[in-house]
Design a protein around this ligand. Structure first.
Ligand SMILES: [Ca+2]
Length: 123
């Protein structure tokens, strides 16, 4: 009888931890859903409409190899890179101005590439 209360209390804590873990998992999954099919070691990138990876902003994921035109032209302001490096291009079909990216970029404006990306080359 005396340990019933602590046990229930611990169960409550465990339940809270589990729910928190599920919530975190769902957030992570929703955020990377555009590239979820990518193999762990392949290159993928998430383009984000606002600086500093703003979570609620418009985002687009690309994965694979070679040159790919983005769906949302001239949208990217920050990006998260997995693998890489990649090359951003200002025109479709990997033409125009380019910017080589080797990691996450919080503000493409610092590199003169805000709202400029039209295609991406992934190695
Ligand atoms: Ca933008």
């Amino acid at each position: 009888m005396t340990d019933k209360l602590p046990t229930d209390y611990q169960r409550g804590l465990l339940m809270k931890k589990t729910l928190a873990a599920i919530a975190i998992g769902m957030t992570a999954f929703a955020f990377v859903s555009g590239t979820a099919a990518a193999a762990p070691k392949s290159t993928s990138v998430i383009l984000i409409d606002e600086a500093n990876f703003a979570g609620d902003a418009v985002a687009e994921g690309l994965a694979g190899k070679g040159c790919q035109n983005v769906s949302q032209d001239d949208m990217a302001t920050s990006l998260e890179l997995f693998g890489g490096p990649i090359t951003l291009w200002s025109e479709r079909n990997c033409k125009g101005e380019k910017l080589v990216v080797t990691g996450d970029v919080a503000d493409l404006g610092e590199f003169g590439f805000d709202n400029k990306t039209s295609s991406i080359f992934m190695g």
